[in-house]
Design a protein around this ligand. Structure first.
Ligand SMILES: [Zn+2]
Length: 267
């Protein structure tokens, strides 16, 4: 298969970080040649940046504070994220957004931290790596308000309804698809929507160590997801769209390279 890019891998998560060499080796064996390491708080964002320096041209990173951590984020945290976001090695601002599914942080805190990230993306000219879970009604007007000033944004791990998908595509946002699609229970509603996403707006991600694709055969012993399992998501997308895995690999890789400007960040 052609090279694949995993646009969302939480490689700083303890479960992956402690065996990173093996994880990266298995990813290469599956032709997952580039990965964007998700920064979800200050320490993972700093760690992610360090990884991009260690694995130049293979690992890239984002810097941000996940909505789950919005309630505890301090001004100091935000200034560290801001400083990181300006570095040339940092490819995007986020993960940021709203999560009203878990509600781990108070909603007003989530909204204000989200807006701070949007302002940072505008100031740096970098794309946004967005998280929206059960929060479309608030998320949409906020992102819409700033859209004209933003270069690009991807709604990662899209799990929403058709109306949300159309609204995001109307704003010319990109869509990230995870192994959620491969879940025969909760992924059902997503299946018919995949072919609605234009080729040049679709990107793929594992969100490892979360969301192990349920179509992997034979089933792995561990429930820990990793970038090497990305081809199973490609296969599912191929089933949904009628395109070949090769075509999906080509298109999603080209889209990710251009969205995150990976060839530029490599140098
Ligand atoms: Zn997320």
């Amino acid at each position: 298969m052609n090279p694949l890019i995993d646009i969302g891998a939480n490689l700083c998560h303890e479960s992956l970080f402690k065996r990173l060499e093996q994880i990266l080796e298995r990813a290469q064996q599956q032709n997952v040649t580039r990965m964007i390491v998700t920064g979800s708080d200050v320490s993972s964002s700093e760690q992610a940046l360090a990884l991009t320096r260690q694995y130049k041209g293979i690992l890239f990173c984002t810097a941000g504070i996940h909505p789950h951590h919005a309630g505890t984020a301090t001004e100091d945290d935000l200034s560290v994220i801001s400083e990181l976001a300006y570095r040339t090695e940092v490819s995007a601002v986020g993960e940021t957004g709203l999560d009203f599914n878990r509600d781990f942080s108070p909603r007003p805190d989530q909204e204000s931290i989200f807006e701070r990230h949007i302002e940072l993306a505008i100031a740096t000219g970098k794309p946004l790596f967005l998280h929206e879970r059960d929060a479309f009604s608030r998320f949409y007007p906020i992102i819409k308000q700033y859209r004209d000033d933003l270069s690009n944004a991807v709604v990662h791990c899209f799990t929403g309804e058709k109306e949300a998908l159309y609204a995001y595509l109307d704003l010319d946002l990109h869509i990230g698809i995870t192994g959620w699609l491969c879940d025969e229970r909760r992924g059902q509603r997503l299946l018919p929507l995949i072919s609605e996403i234009p080729n040049n707006r679709l990107m793929i991600e594992t969100d490892a160590p979360y969301l192990l694709p349920r179509n992997i055969r034979p089933k792995p012993k561990s429930r820990t997801n990793e970038p090497a399992f990305l081809p199973w998501i490609v296969e599912k997308i191929a089933q949904c769209t009628g395109l070949s895995c090769e075509q999906i690999a080509n298109q999603t890789t080209a889209t990710a390279n251009s969205f995150f400007k990976l060839d530029y960040h490599q140098h």
